[in-house]
Design a protein around this ligand. Structure first.
Ligand code: ATP
Ligand code: LTN
Length: 337
């Protein structure tokens, strides 16, 4: 795709697993930043459904959540006319390149992935091979589209670094095959912490501290009112992640949804204390999420439209992915069909 000056646009790509309902961490850490960039980049965003089966899924729920996630992407501002939106399992080249890259990632480096360590500790009954080699599939997701940037939250940086190691190793053997991708991590919202325990990231596995995009306003209000703040005596709104992690997290959220700086927020709540601050953050989040929730509900009633979006997306993605896959197959020595 070309912009008005006829120079090729830079490419962005990212994905989220439809393994649970999307939450504020996903929105602020990832999707919001994607939506802001459709004018300047050629963008690919997908539902990483193949990644989800590294942990057991209920098949009917997975199907439902995949479609809901697509509706939410669109409702968050990803216009399908300007972004390629697709479902990973619809583009078979991901699995094929994933296999090749398995053979260029080392056991030692895969063993160091924190997500693997976390998930294998949480699902001790199902520490399967896919969970271990998952970053190779993620590297394939990325490299097929030759992106310049991969916008993700902080927790995914390690996987993008592994992808970069694979590129270096592969290109070192075969020449300039893959383009080197860069992680793209937002300044505000890169790591939204849980409301009930601000020492861990907001995650769907701790629902009481997690605000879901589709959650009713009353529930969101209640979660913010109950948000854990800090036990220091000063009780003023001041950004100090070290000593006041709870309040600082709320400030990050407030800053990300209102665009105000930390100084402006401190001034706004000077002398007011946590009692006024917590509901104000809740209200700002409710107003940010309201149009997203309503638009998602509207889109989910129009299944034919959603199908047309993911079909067109897969077709476009496949064309690009196939080019890269052919190049790789040739380089490693597979005989052409
Ligand atoms: P889990 O809840 O199981 O940890 P998740 O909610 O983190 O999963 P992912 O699919 O791993 O969901 O994340 C999707 C995207 O959202 C990634 O780019 C990730 O970095 C980002 N993200 C997830 N949680 C947060 C968070 N708390 N703060 C900022 N970004 C986040
Ligand atoms: N691993 C990511 C989801 C994901 C992804 C990707 C992100 C799969 N493939 C490619 C960016 C690029 C996660 O678990 N959040």
């Amino acid at each position: 795709m070309e912009n008005s000056e006829n120079t090729p646009k830079k490419v962005m790509l990212s994905g989220i697993q439809p393994s649970g309902d999307l939450h504020l961490g996903n929105y602020l850490g990832a999707i919001k930043n994607w939506a802001d960039r459709a004018n300047d980049y050629d963008c690919y965003y997908f539902m990483a459904d193949m990644h989800t089966i590294t942990v057991r899924q209920n098949p009917a729920d997975l199907r439902r959540r995949t479609l809901e996630q697509l509706a939410q992407y669109i409702a968050c501002g990803l216009d399908p006319e300007r972004n390629t939106l697709f479902i990973q399992s619809h583009v078979h080249q991901h699995a094929e390149l994933g296999w090749v890259l398995n053979c260029y990632a080392m056991f030692g480096e895969l063993s160091r992935m924190t997500q693997f360590k976390d998930k294998s500790a949480r699902h001790t009954e199902n520490v399967n091979g896919g969970l271990f080699t998952y970053p190779c599939l993620m590297a394939a997701d990325i490299l097929l589209y030759e992106p310049d940037y991969v916008p993700v939250g902080e927790d995914q940086k390690q996987h993008v670094e592994l992808c970069r190691n694979i590129v270096q190793r592969f290109n070192g053997i075969y020449g300039d095959v893959f383009k080197m991708p860069e992680p793209f991590i937002p300044k505000a919202g890169a790591r939204v912490m849980g409301l009930s325990a601000p020492d861990a990231k907001m995650s769907k596995s701790v629902p009481e501290g997690c605000v879901f995009l589709m959650e009713p306003p009353e529930d969101i209000r209640r979660k913010f009112k109950r948000a854990v703040t800090d036990s220091d005596t000063e009780r003023c709104v001041r950004y100090d992640p070290e000593n006041k992690p709870g309040v600082s997290n709320l400030m990050t959220i407030y800053s990300a949804v209102t665009g105000r700086s930390y100084d402006e927020i401190e001034a706004e709540f000077e002398g007011k204390g946590y009692g006024a601050f917590k509901p104000a953050v809740g209200d700002a989040v409710i107003e940010t999420l309201r149009p997203i929730r309503e638009e998602t509900q509207r889109l989910l009633k129009d299944r034919a439209y959603l199908e047309s979006v993911y079909r067109a997306g897969a077709e476009k993605a496949s064309r690009v992915a196939e080019r890269t896959l052919r190049k790789v197959y040739k380089k490693v020595g597979f005989l052409a069909k």
